[in-house]
Design a protein around this ligand. Structure first.
Ligand SMILES: Cc1cc2nc3c(=O)[nH]c(=O)nc-3n(C[C@H](O)[C@H](O)[C@H](O)COP(=O)(O)O)c2cc1C
Length: 155
């Protein structure tokens, strides 16, 4: 699809939006292994809390593990909170995917629900550990659909 802008130049609107991924993964690396299999541009939030934090330019989906204590506190990793405290990052966030472990019962993937609620974005999907082949397929499909929707609203 092409469009003519105010300067008379033709440009492709379909190519205007690439949905990127931003994720946190601790040293156990489950979320990292999941993201690697999605074959999309992805940026990892640094594990070290004092490491420089790049801000996110374009629209992105956050993929976030849960690290709650026994009472459900501290579910969202501090590094993710620091990243979302940057207003430009919050503005570019379009949705969240949560990772966790069902052994934790009621707090399974709780971080995703918290981020979705606080940032007013949809919780797109929740999965365990590094995900299954089904999780990969469903996530790829969902991200492609979301990207098409973003393209159709891009100017
Ligand atoms: C101390 C600790 C607390 C955790 N708490 C939760 C929890 O409340 N809910 C949950 O779903 N998973 C919980 N998990 C599991 C992690 O979210 C899960 O292992 C995830 O895949 C870790 O991702 P990462 O390896 O990319 O950091 C916890 C893990 C640890 C080590």
């Amino acid at each position: 699809m092409t469009a003519v802008d105010a300067l008379g130049g033709e440009h492709s609107t379909a190519a205007a939006t690439t949905l990127e991924l931003v994720y946190f993964s601790s040293r156990s690396g489950n979320t990292h292994r999941f993201v690697e299999r999605l074959d999309r541009p992805a940026h990892r939030i640094p594990i070290e809390q004092d490491e420089e934090l790049a801000s996110q330019g374009g629209p992105f989906v956050l993929i976030c593990p849960t690290y709650a204590d026994g009472e459900g506190k501290g579910a969202v990793p501090k590094q993710v909170i620091r990243f979302l405290n940057v207003s430009a990052n919050r503005e570019a966030l379009v949705g969240v995917i949560a990772t966790g472990n069902r052994n934790f019962g009621a707090t399974f993937a709780l971080a995703g629900r918290i981020v979705a609620d606080k940032c007013k974005v949809p919780l797109l999907y929740s999965l365990e550990l590094a995900g299954t082949d089904t999780d990969i397929a469903r996530t790829r499909e969902g991200l492609a659909k979301l990207e098409r929707e973003l393209c159709s609203t891009a100017i």
